[in-house]
Each structure stands twice: as C-alpha cells, then as structure tokens.
Design a protein around this ligand. Structure first.
Ligand code: AMP
Length: 455
C-alpha cells in the first residue's frame, strides 16, 4: 500500500506555492559572513524549506525534511553546517571530519560541494568530496589531514571506513540527503552501518522527496525527536512546462525523437531512457545523425559523467541522454526540452524528469514518446499530475478499451499493426499538432524523412 505521506507530498508538489515569503535571511540566526556568502550568490529571500530548517538546525534540533530538489533544500542544511564551522573553527583531527553530508549520486555530491565552495571566500571551512569512480589516493591524502565537511556517497564512504582512512566518531552533524533515492539504490544497509559508526551525541538531518515506511523507520531509529518539515517547490515548474505525448510504435521513436530535436527551440535537451544500454545506443545513434550528444549513467566513470555534464552546461553538447539515477537532482539552468524516450514506470519520476526543464523561472517543453505497452504508465502519470497530457499521433486501441465512448468506434475493432486506424499512414506519423509540434524542419530531421512532411 502506498504510504499516505508520500501521496501527500505529490499533492503538495502539484500545487503552486504563491505564498509571499515574509522572512529574511538575517532573521534566521545566520552569522554575518554567512549572510555575505548568501548575498554573493544572489539569493535575497529564503525559500520555505530554508526559512523552516535553518532556525531549527541552529537550535540543535534533528530535522526530517520532505522536500524535492528545486526547493532550495541544499542551502537549508549547508548554511547551518557552515555556521557551525564558522563558530567552531578548531581544526578536525587527522582522518576525521566534523560534518558529514551523504547523498546518493556523485553528481549530487559534486553539486553540494560546489554550493559549499562558493561560500569559502567568506568562511574558512575545508570541504572534500568522497565518491566512487574517483581515485582513492587524493581522497586518502585529504582525509589524512582532517576535513571540516565531507560530502560523500555511501559506497566510497564505507570503503574509507573499512580501510581506516576515515573515522566518524567525531562527527557533530550528519545530513542524509535524498534518503528515498538512497534506499531505491539499495544503500539502506550502508546508511545504517554508517550512522551506527557516528557518535550518539550528534545532530541528524534527513531529507527525502517522499517518506516511504523504510525511511520513516530510519528516521525513528536514528533521529532524536526530529522536527518534521514538508514543503512544496517554491514555484512548481510543472505549470510552466508544455507537456506533450507522441503516440507511436517503439520502432518509430527514434524518428520522432529526431523531429523533436529538429525544433529550433530545442537548444538544450535531456533525453531519459530506462536502461543504461538504451542510453548508450541512443547516444551513438544521435551522434551518427549529427547531434552533439553525450550519455550519463551509472556505468560511466566519474570523470566521463563530470565531463559530459560540464560540456552540456557549457552548450558544447546539446543533447544529454541520461538514466533517472544519473540525472537525479541535476540542476542546470537553460534546459529547453526534456524527452522521455521511454516513460518511467514510477509516475513520480516523470515529475522529477520534466522538472529538469523550466528551472530558474524559465519555461520548458516535455515530450514523451509512448508506445502501446507504456499506456498504463501514461495513465498513472496523468493521475499523479492531475491532468491529461496533450497527445500527438493515434492513441493505440488499449486506451479506448479503458474508456468506451458511446457512438464511437466499436470496441475490439482491430487497428493496423502500428496501432493506427485502418487507412492511416503506416508509420502512424504524429497527426495532431495543437501545440509544441515536432518540427518539420527537414534539414536537421532524420535522413529517411528529409523532404517529407512531418505532418
Ligand atoms: P536545490 O533544491 O538545493 O537543488 O536548489 C535549487 C536551486 O535553487 C539552486 O539553483 C539554488 O542555487 C537555488 N536557490 C537556493 N536557495 C535559493 C534562494 N533562497 N533564492 C533563490 N534561489 C535559491
């Protein structure tokens, strides 16, 4: 059964939070240098999660925060941690750290470290990223000196604990970021071992987009009378995203994808695939079609992933093919399009995926390529987002079976192999084109389709 709290989060996520924020950073109890660091980043008003979590952390409370990326949750725990480092500037012992932030992916770890580093002009705290896929040597060397703040993924953290290059018995505050994602990735046993290695007297903060029972149990076991905070994104991007579904058989997805990419407005596109191999195959195909493409997923080396992301941010790569895990929490402004090459089977992932566009107040386009066997996922997504997504192309028969229409086509009347109505073009080309139509710009379209109308 679905956890009621996780449902509640999704409901909250859909609602646009238009409440004016009354708080100022200076009212939250942050010291002067931290306020200067915040101002240097151009942040004027705390987001709701910051307004709630920062004072609680500064009071020393344990906190459970139900918040997604995009809510400003990173700064909500980073600013208090930096405040502690500022107030108590005693150097950490060798092979020890004072503050520990654990997060599921290397990308998120790097992003959090970057957020901390921006403030280092104002606060002299040392920070180091401890993630898998990177060389052990530099990490061992940094840990040997002692580090104020460690941002780590669970696997590599365990490696250092096992070989004695990091000892956690002096940690004063620990943050478990994206706890639900860590659980999805099978990190729960590692998290439990890590938390058990921490001193009992410490502050613990747990951030999670949803609160399934296993995370609730983790919070009950390891947090001491936590304050619980649940917030919606400040401005839910879904309202600013033009969403479209293109129906068509799986073997036409590549062709339809090329049409989407041929849109002049598709300047920076993330394409989601369900599998790592699928991502690699698509990257290869897109390169062969003349696109500047790169793929990121769990099997790519850390360096490769970092390079691909950097190039994508700089605009040298215009198409990034990614799996859900690798793209989780990636915060890149200016992503114009998100394409779901396959729909995710977890509806919440759809919300997460399309949230990669329309960031920082911009608008965005999300296109999903949907084959007949994905209709059940589409229905589940539409239920979660509370709206029907505009469709292009012929909706396969299954969808009509679910909702018989009086006077409509007799139930069970066969369509042709592509799922199109008898007499429709074989390929089931995208037919309707109310908005957000895949471009008919033939020059950059698929080779086989050049000089043909995109309908
Ligand atoms: P996060 O949810 O931590 O991934 O943050 C999402 C984005 O919000 C990042 O680009 C942050 O730089 C930005 N951000 C964080 N705090 C604020 C704030 N108080 N005002 C405006 N933007 C912010």
């Amino acid at each position: 059964m679905k956890d009621p709290l996780s449902r509640q989060t999704i409901t909250v996520v859909r609602r646009m939070d238009k409440t004016p924020l009354l708080t100022h950073f200076k009212d939250l109890g942050l010291p002067e240098p931290i306020l200067r660091a915040v101002a240097a980043q151009g942040h004027e008003t705390p987001t709701p999660i910051q307004a709630k979590v920062i004072p609680l952390m500064l009071q020393g409370r344990d906190v459970v925060g139900i918040a997604q990326t995009g809510t400003g949750k990173t700064a909500s725990f980073v600013l208090p941690v930096l405040t502690y480092a500022f107030v108590d500037d005693e150097k950490p012992d060798r092979k020890h750290c004072k503050f520990l932030i654990i997060t599921p992916t290397r990308e998120l770890a790097t992003q959090i470290t970057e957020t901390i580093q921006v403030s280092r002009r104002f606060i002299a705290a040392s920070v180091h990223t401890i993630v898998g896929g990177a060389k052990m040597g530099p990490q061992v060397k940094a840990l040997a000196r002692g580090v104020d703040v460690i941002v780590a993924t669970p696997g590599r953290l365990m490696d250092h604990m096992a070989q004695g290059t990091l000892v956690l018995d002096q940690v004063r505050a620990v943050v478990l970021d994206e706890a639900d994602q860590m659980m999805d990735l099978g990190f729960l046993p590692a998290i439990q071992k890590i938390v058990k290695a921490l001193p009992p007297k410490r502050q613990t903060v747990l951030m999670s987009a949803t609160m399934p029972p296993a995370i609730r149990a983790l919070a009950d076991q390891f947090l001491n009378d936590p304050a619980e905070i649940s917030v919606a994104p400040q401005s839910q991007p879904i309202d600013r995203i033009e969403q479209t579904v293109i129906h068509g058989p799986a073997d036409e997805k590549r062709e339809n994808l090329l049409r989407v990419l041929a849109d002049k407005k598709a300047k920076s596109t993330i394409i989601f695939t369900r599998t790592k191999r699928g991502a690699d195959r698509l990257e290869k195909f897109l390169k062969a079609e003349g696109h500047e493409a790169a793929a990121i997923h769990g099997d790519k080396a850390h360096g490769q992933r970092e390079r691909a992301l950097r190039k994508f941010k700089q605009g040298d790569v215009t198409v990034l093919v990614a799996t859900d895990i690798a793209a989780r929490g990636i915060d890149i402004d200016g992503v114009s399009h998100v394409v779901n090459f396959e729909l995710p089977n977890v509806p919440e992932s759809y919300v997460h995926r399309i949230g990669r566009t329309a960031r920082a107040g911009a608008s965005g386009v999300a296109v999903s390529l949907v084959a007949a066997d994905e209709l059940k996922h589409l229905r589940a997504i539409e239920k979660v987002i509370g709206q029907k997504i505009d469709a292009i192309g012929d909706v396969p028969q299954e969808i009509h079976k679910a909702k018989p229409r009086r006077g409509g086509r007799p139930q069970g009347k066969p369509r042709n192999a592509s799922g199109a109505k008898p007499g429709a073009p074989k390929s089931g080309r995208p037919q309707r084109n109310r908005r957000n139509k895949p471009s008919s710009n033939n020059r950059s379209g698929p080779r086989s389709q050049r000089n043909k109308s995109a309908a």
